[in-house]
Design a binder for this molecule. Sequence first.
Ligand code: AMP
Length: 214
Amino acid sequence: MNIILLGPPGAGKGTQARLLQDKFGLIQISTGDMLREHIKNDTDLGKKAKVIMDQGKLVSDDIMIAMIDSRISQPDNKNGFILDGFPRTVAQAEALDAMLASHKLSLHWVIEMRVDEAALIDRICGRYTCSNCGEGYHDKYKIPKQSGVCDKCGSTQFTRRDDDKPETMKKRLDAYRAQTAPILPYYQQHGILRAVDGMADIPVVAAEIAKILS
Ligand code: AMP
């Protein structure tokens, strides 16, 4: 089963993708994580992408399409994948259809995670992840059981994203409204779009998504 999680930054796509990965044996493909890996490794692409990401803008379609094309054809995807952060423009959605067709794959569901925009800045600006296992936390909404220690792997190293600042967040939301939201009617026409309430508690959202997938 191949699915897309769509929604503005802070909607919880990454959190839900990780849960789906565990529950259904799907592979999470996060273009944001792939770009951050390039930045960490100081590649040419990473250097270019960082400037764009820090401004809250989108990296060019050509780069992102090439990145996904080489990723979805890898053998670890045989049970299916969850795209988290791709497609983000209509051009990317159209290119994805062509890529899937050429790899003889199809798309089963596109899950739109609906959220209250006013709450997003609060959600995003307090979030951080475990540097070792990637488990997500939040200053107010998800605090580790033992302060400063990851619940999942025991690491004491955590990371905050450079683009999780209120000014950048507003630009990322503008990019979502202008460039990503227009994808929704595209998938609506294909009859595979379903929406969930992304403001509900994490397990409730996960159950709603699981219901759609099964
Ligand atoms: P994310 O982790 O999905 O919120 O992505 C972080 C940033 O990476 C975005 O704000 C964009 O600058 C860039 N990015 C990630 N995925 C894409 C994409 N599919 N198209 C263009 N830019 C992307």
